[in-house]
Write a protein that binds this ligand. Structure first.
Ligand SMILES: CC(C)(COP(=O)(O)OP(=O)(O)OC[C@H]1O[C@@H](n2cnc3c(N)ncnc32)[C@H](O)[C@@H]1OP(=O)(O)O)[C@@H](O)C(=O)NCCC(=O)NCCS
Length: 179
């Protein structure tokens, strides 16, 4: 088993062939299918950007990733934040997919990916208006996101993903604390 120094994070290049990308298994069928079948195309179409974790001690095996895009949510969806008066559409970044291969879970790599998501959102917010970070949390990852400071925008129900949000100021504070 490799140490964390042997795991690098790099921007996904759609023209590069990644070792075991098609064998990636984070135990979420939808995400696995996306990685093996749709990731390359989505990046080529500029619909999101992707960052990947590679195990340099195991022939640069593809072991984790996330995709991030621009997004807009309705101000009415942010009522849980008591944000006061806002325009009707709110610009934000969106974490679309996140996964760590089952053989590498529990080693802090999910946390490392989230730190990168926060950093990319902060960097983008310095160039264009970004009010915060949005995501739809699957049941299995809901607590993971709560622990990262996200607030549920709707009551959690078992049958569908829960929309969650993190304000840009909270992201900046979390990033400073973890730096
Ligand atoms: C969620 C996921 C990315 C976490 O990756 P990971 O590398 O195992 O996470 P880490 O080792 O960095 O864990 C960081 C912390 O989160 C906790 N954690 C990990 N997975 C968790 C989960 N599913 N739910 C709640 N807490 C979780 C860990 O116990 C750890 O807590 P600690 O800091 O108190 O020790 C990974 O389990 C995964 O790929 N899941 C399947 C795909 C998925 O659900 N993606 C999200 C879809 S919305």
């Amino acid at each position: 088993m490799s140490g964390d120094d042997d795991v690098v994070l790099e921007q996904y290049k759609p023209d590069k062939t990644y070792n075991k990308q098609k064998r990636f298994d984070c135990e979420n069928k939808t995400i696995n299918k996306f990685v093996s079948g749709s990731l390359k195309k989505q990046i080529r179409q500029k619909l999101s950007q992707c960052f990947v974790l590679l195990d340099t001690n195991n022939a640069d095996r593809f072991i984790g990733f996330y995709t991030l895009s621009a997004f807009a949510i309705n101000a009415s969806d942010l009522e849980a934040l008591s944000a006061g008066s806002l325009p009707s559409r709110i610009p934000c970044s969106r974490l679309i997919m996140l996964g760590v291969d089952k053989n590498y879970k529990g080693r802090g790599l999910g946390k490392r990916l989230m730190k990168s998501v926060f950093l990319k959102t902060i960097e983008a917010a310095e160039k264009i208006g970004i009010y915060g970070l949005f995501l739809d949390a699957d049941e299995q990852a809901y607590t993971f996101y709560l622990d990262h400071g996200f607030i549920a925008l709707q009551k959690k129900v078992k049958t569908k993903p829960t929309p969650m949000f993190l304000h840009i100021d909270t992201i900046r504070a979390a990033f400073r604390d973890s730096a």
